[in-house]
Design a protein around this ligand. Sequence first.
Ligand SMILES: [Zn+2]
Length: 179
Amino acid sequence: MKIIYHPEIGELELNRKKGRKNISLQYKYAEGRFTISYPYNCPIKIAIQFANSRIDWMRKTKSKSSNRIVARNLGSINRTYALEKFKNLADEICTTTGLNYKEIKIRKMKSIWGSCSVENKICLNLYLANLPSKLQYYVVLHELCHTVEKNHSKNFWNLVTKYWEDAIILDKELRKFVP
Ligand SMILES: [Zn+2]
């Protein structure tokens, strides 16, 4: 890994990776910098040219990110405690809504707060534990609704808002945070 200073967007992390076939550009919220991953045999110049070709996107992403809060930086989390808490929350929501899930797991994830598999196994981001409780509630409800509607169709949102009218507002609030 190498960090260079880009005149317009600041720190740019360069990751030359064995086995990688393409160039990808990402913004790492926790570190506050862009990172570019590129194949081992690709010249560094090409990687930087790739970044430059996406400069508008980088500018936009950076300005949007400046007011987002990084959840993982808000404090350390006890994994066992978090899992217990999320399970209780899910069970509570299931009792009031009649929804059901198969299993709940916790993982450290970089870009999503939760997911729900076809077998209705729910995976929640550990860093969710650092978010305000109403957002935790919203994410768990959101994933539980995916046990019925797998995508983000109109039916899905109808279902979520049936259980919590303010869900759309909470969904917007959630975007202030990144894992
Ligand atoms: Zn979803």
